[in-house]
Design a protein around this ligand. Structure first.
Ligand code: HEC
Length: 169
């Protein structure tokens, strides 16, 4: 009888470990989570609705697009502030390049970063209710970079729930 128990145990432990990290639920493992905040790239964000584009001057010289999940888009449409828990905003960024086909046109070049803000007012109470993640080639950037996020958003857009982007009609 004892033998049977021992045979079952390892797979039970493996299952428990999988469930604990969310792997059993089909989520990516923890190495994909941002330092400090534990934010991951949301699934299917590329299909989310556009809130607004943006352009950043040199030295970064980037084109950007900010997207939101359904809850975020609804909050924008109803002008709800602060954004409700479960809001997720994603900013895509690319190098700004000149169109090879038409000089005056700017088009996205290489992708640079994907940045994420997740609203969870209890979990992220000390950073305005937002968790932050910056990803490069799908991998989270280092901790030092994540220490900069809230300070800049707090200094400049505290009056708009720490969110810069306004909905572009
Ligand atoms: C020096 C200021 C600054 C820092 C630091 C900063 N951001 Fe932002 N962030 C902005 C600005 C400005 C925008 C508005 C869109 C744009 O111009 O790119 C923005 C927009 C965003 C957005 C879209 C929602 C919004 O607020 O408009 C996300 C998501 C985001 N930032 C995530 C991050 C993350 C993650 C970090 C840290 C790794 C970070 N930001 C650090 C200035 C900053």
């Amino acid at each position: 009888m004892k033998l049977n128990h021992w045979a079952v145990l390892p797979s039970a432990i493996a299952l428990a470990a999988l469930a604990a990290t969310g792997v059993a639920l089909g989520e990516a493992d923890d190495s994909d989570a941002s330092p400090i905040y534990g934010v991951k790239l949301p699934k299917n964000y590329r299909q989310w609705a556009l809130i607004a584009p943006a352009q950043e001057a040199a030295p970064l010289d980037e084109l950007r697009a900010v997207l939101g999940n359904d809850r975020g888009i609804k909050a924008y449409q109803s002008k709800t502030l602060p954004f409700p828990d479960g809001t997720v905003l994603v900013k895509l960024a690319w190098k700004h390049v000149q169109s090879p086909e038409f000089d005056p046109a700017s088009i996205p070049g290489a992708a640079t970063t994907v940045q994420v803000m997740v609203k969870d007012s209890r979990r992220y109470a000390s950073t305005g209710g937002w968790g932050f993640g910056r990803f490069i080639n799908g991998k989270p950037a280092d901790e030092a970079q994540h220490q900069t996020c809230f300070a800049c958003h707090q200094a400049r857009v505290q009056n708009h729930d720490f969110v810069f982007t306004r909905y572009a009609p």
